[in-house]
Design a protein around this ligand. Structure first.
Ligand code: 5GP
Ligand code: ZN
Length: 154
């Protein structure tokens, strides 16, 4: 993962400037809430970023409507990538905060076509703490879901 971070505020961050057409991008798709454009880094050919049009730094700042729209656009892009690049697999990746691997603080989802031995790796340190610990974590989350900041089911 790259290590620079763009902390620019709403309206002047790199992706806001791409949304506004102030800096160039190779655009794939846009609708009312989302924009999809080629990632500069191209981890594999066809690597696309799907971003919200509105500036929101991360998953904690987007609306339910934006989150649904981003996933719908990502699926369109994934289906197109499957036709255009014939990948053996495809990975969706979405990072939040520097510690989460995010370098541009404007919400976006990576759509990455994947191939055997393509060099992409993600360390995944499994802990397997056992059923009782899992139940405890689930209880913590169920309680947290009662918080006002978590949307209730439609
Ligand atoms: P993150 O690390 O935040 O999940 O992903 C940020 C991504 O934005 C990186 O993969 C990087 O290549 C891409 N990126 C950074 N600046 C630009 C830019 O100016 N134009 C485009 N198209 N992509 C960018
Ligand atoms: Zn922005």
């Amino acid at each position: 993962m790259p290590h620079f971070v763009d902390p620019s505020p709403a309206g002047v961050c790199i992706f806001c400037r791409i949304v506004q057409g102030e800096i160039p991008s190779a655009k794939v798709y846009e609708d009312a809430l989302t924009i999809a454009f080629m990632d500069l880094g191209q981890v594999n050919p066809g690597h696309v970023l799907v971003a919200t049009k509105r500036h929101a730094a991360n998953i904690f700042e987007i609306t339910d409507e934006e989150s649904a729209a981003v996933m719908q656009t990502a699926r369109k892009v994934a289906l197109a990538a499957k036709i255009a690049f014939e990948p053996a697999g495809l990975t969706l990746l979405q990072a939040n905060g520097a510690e989460g691997g995010q370098t541009v603080a404007h919400f976006h989802l990576h759509v990455v076509p994947r191939h055997a031995d393509d060099g992409v790796s993600f360390s995944w340190p499994r802990k397997e703490p056992g059923g009782a610990v899992l139940e405890g974590y689930a209880l913590q989350l169920r309680n947290a879901m009662l918080s006002e900041s978590v949307p209730v089911a439609a």
